[in-house]
Design a protein around this ligand. Sequence first.
Ligand code: ZN
Length: 681
Amino acid sequence: MKRSRTFLFLLPAVALLHACGQPEKPSRINSETVSPSDSGFYEADEFADIRVLRYQIPGWDQLTLQQKQLCYYLNMAGLAGRDIMWDQNYRYNLRIRRAIEAVLLNYNGERSGTEWEAFETYAKQVFFSNGIHHHYSNDKHEPAFSRTWFEQALAESGVKLAPEAMEAIFNPEVDAKKVSLDASKDLVLASAVNFYGEDVSQGEVEQYYAAKEAIGTDEPLSYGLNSKLVRNASGQLEERTYRVGGLYGPALEESVKWLEKAMGVAENEAQRKALGFLIEYYRTGDLKVWDDFNVAWVKDVESTVDYILGFVEVYNDPMGKRGSYEAIVEVNDPVATKNMEVIMRNAQWFEDNSPLLPQHKKKDVVGITYRFINTVGEAGDASPSTPIGVNLPNANWIRAKHGSKSVSLGNISDAYDKSSGSSTLEVFCHDAKEIELAKAHGALAGKLHTALHEVVGHASGQLEPGVGETDATLKSYASTLEEGRADLVALYFVMDPKLVELGVMPSLEVGMAEYDSYIRNGLLVQLRRIKPGKDIEEAHMRNRMWVSAWAYERGKADSVIVKVVRDGDTYYDIRDYDKLRNIFGELLREVQRIKSQGDYKACQALVETYGVKVDPAIHAEVLRRAEQIRTKPYAGFIQPEMEAVTGADGSITDVKVTYPKDFLGQMLRYAERHSFLPDEN
Ligand code: ZN
């Protein structure tokens, strides 16, 4: 993998002259682009524990001009708020970022050697996590360059950094954790995240919201979602609301400007109405309007272009109240969604033909609405690190009364598969045929599994009369049992000729590829993510393990799945796919019985026997083999960039998408074009 050692991009000599003949300073912002057909398109850069990838936007040219404009305006609205996430993450982030940008752009000293390279790595880490704390672990990044070098580089680049921000970079004791969930400490005081005044304590926050939240209503507001809680001059706590004219006003004002343009090219009335509420919410900060927006957004199901905008997920707040700024602009993936719809329309067929006991089958099954989308642009909390599936809104009462939208970010998943798939395959596949099937059908197999799991799986089956909700009967095993049940529905039907007949897959080879991948992952590959000596805890990891391990053992006598040890490496080779399908069906029937009857003992035995304990020898082996893969544990993306092409009268005639070559180049371009907040807010 190449290391992007320099981003210096020299323009051709003729372009260096102004009209007046003065040589222009060559830009240090790399504006080179790449094409999706280039080999190595998906991998852009790697540093520290991070891989930076690219994703492409399939079908962009098939969109109408109006849809492209809508994407462009929404994307600009999203990017306008990029600085907000930086300031939310930590109070000195924006000034530190600007100091880093100044050095990257202006430093004329040696741009190589240990100090520079360490600085460049740090800069990339900070850009990747929208601040000086790691996006996942929440620990502060450790600079490997010296303070002396940095001070001199800043001076030479003509920029000053306040002593407290300098301390934040170099003193590991200062604001060490962005979000602390250590229950022995005051969560608010121990977290560096910028959602609360520096002297505000957890107890005060709890007290402040207790009264508001105690109001009896079945439509509660999301208190605290869009504000910072601070102590005012007279010592009282008060909210500084994110709104035009309030906290983050300049960025939100810019965003509103683009949202108004988006409204002008909305695809239909439902979409226009939702955008109107979002604008009103950004202007007023009124949480009731946020709810109105979400209700309207949930009802907008016909549009090709959709989006997630606003202060959404609350994971960054140790108190789980404040929403991080997020932007995702997306277009419906017509092919994948058509497959989903075909499956949804046939939900009753799947139920009638499932291996469940007759009394556990639903008479009127309604498939769950789920769509595949392609991302066209992301910002804030969703970039560079991005989710691959989103289910919103978060307010439970809106979900219950008005529904929710679930999407899978198809082109992002594709990019992950294409950037890292083959090396994992080479290390863990039993033979060349398995690799070939995975390469030919892996992507479709994954999408069909997701569709069947979400649309048919979770909607399938019914409880016996008098049996309570699974959370109550199966307790801590409820979610792993439910996820395993949905997986088993998917596994059972992904090998069904019905799917070929419905036209959603070309042959049963797709199902075979899915079986290979499921077993390989469940019994081997996923153990990479577990630390030595630890059990499996996460619900999905557990269910992949118990489904695979149970099936392996069940088919042992018939050599359905054979364990092969070659040169000290273990492989699982599926020898009989049809028998394996029957085994999955048998387990599905039993798992549905456990759920339908609320059989806690059987559930506990299944999960504890097959889904928790890791064989230490196999685990050590997987960790050893995984080192050959050398993929960094975290990945994120360079965003495609949009440019409006205008005609003679200034109207937009097309929107072009380019794929930037260089991560730092994009970060510096963003600073130039999409930065609207002062250092301190
Ligand atoms: Zn699920």
